[in-house]
Design a protein around this ligand. Sequence first.
Ligand code: PRP
Ligand code: MG
Length: 179
Amino acid sequence: YEKKLLELKSKIKSFPDFPKPGILFWDIFSAISDGPTCKLLQSLLVQTVKAKFPEVEAVIGLESRGFLFSFALAAELGIGCLPVRKKGKLPGEVVSYKYELEYGTDVLELQKNTIRPGLKCLIVDDLIATGGSITAATQLLKSSGADVIGCLLVIELTSLQGRHNIPKGIPVHSLIKYD
Ligand code: PRP
Ligand code: MG
C-alpha cells in the first residue's frame, strides 16, 4: 500500500503560478492520463474505503474533479454515486446550502430524492486546500438529513490546515500530502 502511494505521488505534476501568480497547482489529470496510474489510483481508493469507511452507503462527489473518483468508487463498491453541484445544475427538487467565500457567496445543491435520513455518506474530492468545499458539502448533507461518515481526498495541502476547518467528528483521510 505504501509503495503504491509513493508511485502515485511520483505521477502527480505541479504547475507554479496557475491559475494565478503565487499558486502552485497540483494537477490530478496529469496522473490519470496514464492507464496504469488510473488502475493504481482506483485500487488505492477502493482499498482505503474498505479499510477506513466500510459502512459507507453512498459516495458524494464534489463538482467537478470529485466526480471522477466518486463514480469510480461507487461502481466498484456497488453503491450510489451522488453529485454535489453548483446552483442551477441539478434537475428536480434540490436541497441548497449557501456559504461565504472570500468575496461573495456560493450555493451548493443536492438532489433531494437521493437522500434518506441517516444515509451513510462519504464525501470524495481530488484535493483539500482550505477545506471550504468539504465543509460546505458537509453542511448541505447534514441539512438534508444524511449522515456524513467521512471525507476522502487524493491530495491534501497540509500547510493550509484545511482539515482543521472540517466540522469536528468527521474523519478526513487523504492518500497523498504536500506542504
Ligand atoms: C478545487 C479542488 C477542490 C477544491 C479545494 O476545485 O478540486 O474541489 O478546489 O479547495 P478548498 O479546500 O479550498 O475548498 P475547484 O473549485 O477549482 O473546481 P473544479 O473541481 O471544478 O476544478
Ligand atoms: Mg474541485
